[in-house]
Design a protein around this ligand. Structure first.
Ligand code: NAP
Length: 234
């Protein structure tokens, strides 16, 4: 437990399972009060049941594709500041499609969750982030969002994470003067419902860089992209 983190609050979207849940566990261990945001309150509460009974954690309903849900969550939590926001919720809708046949609805689904979600969650929670001293926002991106990682067989996901990386750069620039740092990170290929059974990394390994960004990384690194605690190129 880090004494400088005592009393700080963090919110993780899609915190009920996979990498998001591992990020919640790591942030709790570091000393944060953690808010598990999930698209249903029951899922967030079920995740809390898997944590120690004395964990400093609460649940909130937040569907990142639904502006009403986002604003309700921000309103519910508005009495206090928010030190760390982890935009983790994501979907991978590219099953059996490629850039030559992907439908508009698949593209919309990926963009709405993976790109517009983090932008609108950040906008709604900005008044809370502004109350914190040196707030940090971590966007969980992917190697598929690197310019060198784009794949014609993963069209909507790649484009959504490429655009999320762009949004990270723009948000960092827009809020630099307010001392709010933005980072994009790639967790590697992780064994989760999304990553599948063959993935080499555990959710804890996938969560490590996000936890480091939330606790240790310099605010001077705002706007950069990371994997394994190292800066990587967009
Ligand atoms: P996962 O196990 O499928 O979990 C995804 C999480 O996002 C779930 O909590 C899910 O909620 C939530 N979610 C999806 N749509 C949502 C919405 N509209 N509103 C709120 N929450 C929503 O996937 P994961 O592997 O942990 O992925 C976490 C992040 O890491 C994603 O951004 C993903 O793109 C990224 N990533 C993963 C890998 C990998 O290998 N696994 C690699 C690179 C990047 P429900 O439980 O309700 O479905």
């Amino acid at each position: 437990m880090n004494s400088q983190i005592q009393g700080k609050r963090a919110l993780v979207t899609g915190g009920n399972k996979g990498i998001g849940f591992a990020i919640c566990q790591g942030l709790l261990q570091a000393g944060f009060e953690v808010i598990i945001a999930a698209r249903s309150l029951d899922k967030a509460k079920a995740a809390i049941q898997k944590l120690p009974a004395n964990a400093s954690v609460r649940a909130v309903e937040l569907d990142v594709t639904d502006d009403n849900s986002i604003h309700r969550a921000a309103e519910q939590l508005s009495q206090d500041g928010l030190d760390v926001l982890v935009n983790n919720a994501g979907v991978y809708p590219d099953q059996g499609v490629n850039i030559l046949n992907v439908s508009r609805s698949i593209l919309q689904q990926a963009m709405s969750t993976n790109t517009f979600g983090p932008i609108h969650v950040t906008q709604a929670f900005l008044p809370l982030l502004q109350k914190a001293k040196l707030a940090r926002v971590i966007n969980v991106s992917s190697g598929y969002g690197e310019l060198g990682g784009l794949s014609a067989d993963v069209p909507s996901y790649c484009l959504s994470k490429l655009a999320l990386n762009g949004a990270t750069i723009m948000l960092a620039e827009a809020l630099q003067s307010q001392g709010i740092a933005f980072y994009a990170m790639c967790p590697g290929w992780v064994k989760t419902d999304m990553g599948g059974e063959n993935a080499p990394r555990s959710p804890e390994q996938g969560a490590d860089t996000a936890i480091w960004l939330a606790t240790e990384a310099s605010p001077d690194l705002s706007g950069k992209f990371f994997r394994d605690r190292q800066e990587i190129s967009y």
